[in-house]
Design a protein around this ligand. Structure first.
Ligand code: UDX
Length: 469
């Protein structure tokens, strides 16, 4: 029987930057409340953490007083290009990977009692493993509550949904703007390959087994949507999950994981730029831009004559030849004015006073980070939850502009210039900045002692202590 001092939880995370980041940050919040956390991910995450992290001492890194890490194999070799062949990688993770995960967790439980297993939506097998072992489980939802609400209502047949084959159909759900089919998450749409939609279909089947659903959002941001879920499947917002030390609440984070080498020189470069002058550009950890997209962004930046910091992550091994290149002469022509890096410390960049706006794909971590920093956005979404995130943030909270683009995802040079102009100097720019600052204030209040997210995390820890005694 556990005592209050040894409440142990397992958090299982997919080896994706957008999932590992909130996992580590949630873990830190639990640890600061006396919970022991074991983080489990795949061998791929282990490999990447070691390659790109500050500490190279494996033992102290993976088994320190704060967190304990365990890894399982997804059945594929480390150099298998998972992004290129998603079908094989998903299939292997859900078959061989699930078996390996089950063996690992079962072995861990032989030496330790666990009060909860918190699952990544992409590794839903953790929920079944928890049920088999009689351990309560939770889901850590890495997208807005809105996306949980849409997916839940869709897969559990709660509301009648429009015909998703018809692009003219519309959907109205509590707390959300009217959504056209193209604004819905791509994993619901028939045009998305079945193996990607299948991940969502399978994960939702496990949702009625979890005791807690955590979202990385915060209550004030999605109040109506969160309340509308109360009678269906209560949601506990615990975000925004940004690094606490950036808010001045904690010492430097000891643990971080970057899949690419962080170029810290861009922070020094930002120090040399005037306040609110730099456009920060990043498309997260998954999107790879086409040559036309890169050309148009580069030309728009050149024409706008604004300072910029642009993250272009390096191509995966074997994809170097297909990777889009910057137009010839671009770096020389923009020298001093702009900087291109392979990976940044994004949270720090967004909080830097030199940053004026964020040209983003609207991944939910990026959205929450920009909200917490109070930086307006230029929304250039591609797929997954990003089109819906754009509608929620930009159209509901009016802290930025939406880029228009063709079906191939390419926005014209003029359109990119229009967005830059509008967000930085247009007649609505000041209002967008003010709205962004209001969101920043609300985000920080949610995290502070007694704030909505702080209370939810405390409540969870209390629940765990009750489970354990
Ligand atoms: C994925 C999905 O695409 C996203 O839509 C979903 O909401 C979460 O999972 P990703 O595309 O990587 O994530 O985007 P995002 O959610 O924004 O996460 C990217 C993370 O990488 C952020 O935490 C960001 O701070 C970090 N990052 C990005 C860096 O640290 N440095 C960079 O240079 C770029």
């Amino acid at each position: 029987m556990s005592t209050e001092e040894n409440v142990n939880v397992i958090i299982v995370s997919a080896a994706l930057q957008g999932h590992i980041n909130p996992t580590l940050r949630f873990a830190r919040r639990l640890i600061s409340r006396g919970v022991h956390v074991t983080i489990i991910s795949t061998e791929l995450a282990r490999d990447r953490m070691l390659k790109h992290s500050v500490s190279k001492n494996t033992d102290s890194y993976f088994h320190n007083q704060e967190m304990h890490f365990e890894f399982f194999s997804d059945g594929l070799s480390l150099d298998f290009d998972r992004e290129k062949d998603m079908k094989t990688s998903i299939n292997s993770l859900f078959t061989i990977g699930s078996k390996n995960l089950s063996t690992l967790i079962t072995n861990l439980t032989k030496h330790q009692n666990y009060s909860c297993i918190i699952a990544d939506p992409f590794i839903y097998s953790a929920i079944y493993i928890a049920a088999d072992l009689g351990i309560p489980s939770a889901l850590l939802w890495m997208q807005p509550c809105a996306l949980y609400s849409i997916s839940y209502r869709y897969f559990y047949n709660i509301d009648s949904f429009p015909n998703l084959e018809d692009p003219n159909e519309k959907l109205q759900l509590p707390g959300l703007p009217l959504l056209e089919v193209r604004h819905l998450p791509s994993y619901l749409l028939p045009a998305t390959p079945l193996h990607i939609r299948q991940v969502m279909i399978e994960t939702t089947k496990a949702w009625d087994k979890v005791k807690w659903v955590f979202v990385i959002s915060f209550y004030e941001l999605e109040k109506e949507t969160i309340e509308s879920m109360n009678s269906l499947a209560p949601i506990y917002p615990i975000g925004p999950l940004v690094s606490e030390f950036l808010l001045g609440e904690k010492e430097q984070d000891a643990i971080s994981m970057n899949m690419w080498n962080v170029d810290v020189s861009c922070l020094e470069w930002l120090d040399t730029r005037p306040s609110s002058s730099v456009i920060y550009i990043s498309f997260g950890s998954i999107i790879v831009l086409s040559q036309k997209q890169v050309d148009n962004i580069a030309n728009a930046l050149k024409n706008s004559n604004k300072s910029f910091l642009w993250v272009i992550k390096p191509p995966e091994k074997g994809s170097e030849d297909d990777a889009a290149k910057l137009p010839q002469g671009f770096l020389e022509e923009t020298k001093g004015k702009g900087m291109v890096v392979t990976w940044s410390y994004q949270e720090k960049v967004l909080m830097h006073p030199a940053v004026a706006c964020f040209l983003t794909h609207c991944g939910w971590n990026s959205m929450l980070e920009t909200v917490t920093a109070g930086v307006p956005v230029i929304a250039y979404p591609k797929w997954l939850d990003q089109p819906t995130n754009t509608k929620i943030i930009v159209e509901k909270f009016k802290n930025g502009v939406v880029m228009n683009y063709e079906e191939d995802g390419v926005a014209s040079v003029e359109e990119i210039e229009r967005c830059i102009e509008e967000v930085m100097e247009g007649p609505g720019a000041e209002e967008m900045r003010n709205n962004a600052l209001e969101l920043k204030d609300a985000a920080r209040k949610a995290l502070q002692e007694g704030g909505s997210s702080d209370k939810n995390i405390n409540q969870f820890v209390n629940d765990l202590k009750n489970v354990s005694t």
